[in-house]
Design a protein around this ligand. Structure first.
Ligand code: 3HC
Length: 679
């Protein structure tokens, strides 16, 4: 059997090399190889220094997540790393790609770290519901201080090599193409000097002298951390690094790590990690399907949606031609895009030059003929089948053969739209979520005739523009909005039966959503799609519009808003709802939060089951990906289908029956057989 670790001698330096594609995860064989490599170096008098580096695209990207939850096989990563750090011959980590999690911990156990300029370093364990488990929370603060360590450990966001050097995590930035040679030279320069060990560092005392840094961090990041267990454990571990001797700090880290590993949040977040990667694969489309080069994109419609969609491509360096019907709308749309970019620059997330580069790739036009040479055109006009058919018919006539034509529709039938063209194989849905330049999800809607290369190209392109893509079949509302409609139906029904509308919102907030349906309505604008006739009132929303309650923009919608946009339930709205309920003959009763939660969420699971049964989603985990990235379903529950698995499908069936709601045969069958959606 070939081992993933080999060693090479370069004079008096032993280079330990890992070759464990795709990301050099630290599986058992790698850990054993690292330990053996160090033993080899220590037992050879001709070796005076060690370099650890990786082949392939990256330095170790972390522990092997597929080993989690299985019986551990030694040596453990902490054991291997302690051995490494204990060496009295200098050990240098030579970093390229992404040194993440356990990979960063390998680097921390080395005595020195050199990195190429493009390298990224981080401890993303919190994104898996964990904290570092190989002494990363103890070595890092001792090396760089608690204040610098906190964001790395508790947010999980990686930093650049340059930033890592600035905080003292990297000792030297070396040549992009001469990593090994530069690392060997660096190692040689340290021979004969006492080795610095991160575990013996004293930078951690900043947190003891100024404990306010922990509260400040909590305060600044409170919103992002809401509901998550791991970030608080991460803060606790970093704090312990200052308060406890190293060995005890490590013990504390282990306890916290083990508790998180055994909890439901980490299980859910690890499920999500693999779900996101699985969603990118289409079962019946071969991985080596040739792709269609996308060098230029057309966008139809420069409104909020079209502008947001265009920005994705501009930011990725792909030229965009954007089309509108009137000059005024075109100017307004491109003006908003520029402003959005400028605001991003003001917040320091891009430079003024980058704003110029992105906007320089944009060509505004009023003429369809200017879209002729685009490789992909995305339509983002308003939701009306006749309008969409006309647009696609026109596009088919002007855009070159072999180009992809996509609709951003959120519920219309893609096959019907495709039939308006002579190239249905090149038509599909690319459903972006608002704001399209921010939201991660892209629902890729596969029509009956969509070609494999069109699908494969769209999935690849989604990754290039930083989206998380999931494939949906053609059905009203696709995966996301189809399930949302079931939740909305219940929300509307619940307030007719006597539930407080703020309780409906609060139940979802408490579950972990960023907001509930009525808050959402206020944010988006209740008047969207309103017929503008105050005398014609047939729904609660129309009643609110009739009295000028358009949402946050008018300071009142379902809620009254103060200047800081804090919401208070409104007496006027309570009366409007009560009047409606009386008119429709609904008896009023107190409704518990448990009932509200079950009636909002269980019908979504039932709809998800139907989506699977009809094969509109390839797999249950794709549905989880859609809901986590498009609708704010809390990732620490793993998404709707994983959550249903966690609470038990029989619980969902019983809940639906209790509330007199429909149960699909598919869900009932799975529950009866004791199965789960995610296998
Ligand atoms: N363990 C096992 N498999 C892993 C892995 C890991 N740590 N990281 C990535 N993979 C697998 C992916 O599942 C994927 O498999 P697939 O091809 O079968 O779908 C393959 O490697 C390639 O991954 P990506 O598609 O994500 O490749 P990218 O190039 O887009 O991204 C990456 C590379 C940035 C390294 C990204 O994979 C990543 O973020 N990985 C996870 C990093 C991480 O979380 N590390 C911490 C692990 S926990 C830990 O270390 C605990 C320790 O403290 C004890």
């Amino acid at each position: 059997m070939t081992t993933p670790i080999r060693t090479e001698r370069h004079d008096n330096v032993l280079v330990i090399i890992s070759d464990n594609p795709p990301v050099n995860a630290l599986g058992q064989a790698v850990r054993a190889g690292l330990a053996a490599g160090i033993e080899e170096a220590l037992s050879d008098d001709g070796i005076e220094a060690v370099v650890i580096r990786c082949d392939g695209r990256t330095f170790f990207a972390g522990a092997d997540i597929t080993e989690f939850g299985k019986a551990p096989k030694g040596p453990s990563l902490p054991e291997a790393l302690d051995k490494l750090e204990a060496s009295d011959k200098p050990v240098v980590a030579a970093i390229h790609g992404t040194a993440l999690g356990g990979g960063c911990e390998v680097a921390l156990a080395c005595h020195y770290r050199v990195a190429v300029p493009s390298a990224k370093i981080g401890l993303p364990e919190v994104k898996l519901g964990l904290i570092p488990g190989a002494a990363g929370t103890q070595r890092l603060p001792r090396l760089v201080g608690a204040e610098a360590a906190l964001p790395l450990v508790a947010t999980g966001d990686p930093i650049s090599a340059k930033k890592a050097q600035a905080i003292g995590l990297v000792d030297k930035i070396v040549g992009e193409d001469s990593l090994e040679a530069d690392a060997i030279a660096f190692a040689k320069s340290k021979i004969g000097q006492p080795v610095p060990r991160a575990s013996e560092g004293t930078a951690n005392q900043d947190g003891v002298k100024n404990p306010a840094i922990f509260d400040d961090f909590r305060q600044k990041n409170g919103r992002k951390m809401r509901g998550f267990d791991a970030p608080n454990a991460a803060i606790e571990a970093v704090k312990a690094a200052g308060e406890l001797p190293y060995a005890e700090g490590v013990k504390k880290e282990r306890e916290l790590f083990a508790r998180l590993m055994g909890g439901t949040q980490s299980k859910a977040m690890r499920h999500y990690f693999f779900a996101e990667r699985a969603a990118n694969k289409i079962d019946d489309v071969p991985a080596d399907t040739p792709l269609i080069p996308i060098k230029k994109v057309g966008v139809i419609g420069a409104g909020t949606m079209g502008g947001g969609i265009a920005m994705n491509f501009l930011s990725a360096g792909i030229p965009v031609t954007i089309l509108e019907m009137k000059q005024e709308a075109l100017d307004r749309g491109t003006g908003v895009m520029r402003k959005n970019y400028e605001n991003t620059a003001k917040r320091g997330r891009m430079t003024v030059e980058q704003v110029g580069t992105a906007m320089g790739l944009l060509t505004p036009t009023l003429d369809y003929a200017d879209l002729a040479d685009c490789d992909l055109v995305i339509e983002a006009v308003y939701e009306n089948m006749d309008v969409k058919k006309e647009v696609f018919g026109t596009l088919d006539g002007v855009v070159k053969q072999g180009a992809i034509l996509a609709s951003n529709t959120s519920y219309l039938n893609i096959d019907e739209i495709a039939a308006a063209t002579q190239r249905p194989g090149y038509v599909l849905g690319l459903h972006f979520f608002s704001p399209a330049n921010v939201m991660k999800l892209l629902e890729v809607v596969r029509g009956a005739k969509t070609r494999d290369d069109v699908l494969a190209t769209s999935m690849k392109l989604a990754k290039k523009i930083g989206k998380v893509a999931a494939v949906s079949g053609v059905c009203p509302g696709f995966i996301g909005n189809r399930m949302l409609s079931k939740r909305q139906e219940q929300a509307n029904q619940l307030i007719m039966e006597g539930a407080n509308y703020w309780d409906v919102d609060d139940v979802l907030l408490e579950f972990g959503f960023p907001m509930g349906p009525f808050q959402m309505g206020d944010l988006a604008g209740i008047d969207i799609g309103w017929h503008r006739d105050p005398s014609k009132v047939t729904t609660v929303r129309e009643a609110l519009c009739a009295v000028g309650r358009f949402g946050q923009k008018t300071g009142k919608g379902f809620y009254d808003y103060d200047e800081a946009r804090n919401r208070t339930p409104s007496d006027e709205v309570k009366t409007i709802i009560a009047d409606f309920a009386a008119k429709e003959g609904h008896a009023q009763r107190d409704i518990s939060k448990d009932e509200i939660r079950e009636r909002l969420l269980y019908p979504m699971i039932n709809e998800g089951a139907k989506i699977l049964d009809e094969k509109m989603a390839q797999r249950a985990s794709d549905i989880d990906v859609v809901w986590i990235n498009g609708y704010g379903w809390p990732i620490y529950t793993g998404g709707p289908m994983f959550w249903a698995d966690t609470i038990g499908l029989d619980t969902v069936v019983a809940g639906l029956e209790k509330h007199g709601l429909p149960v699909s045969d598919y869900l009932r069958g799975k529950a009866a057989r004791g199965e789960t959606f995610n296998g």
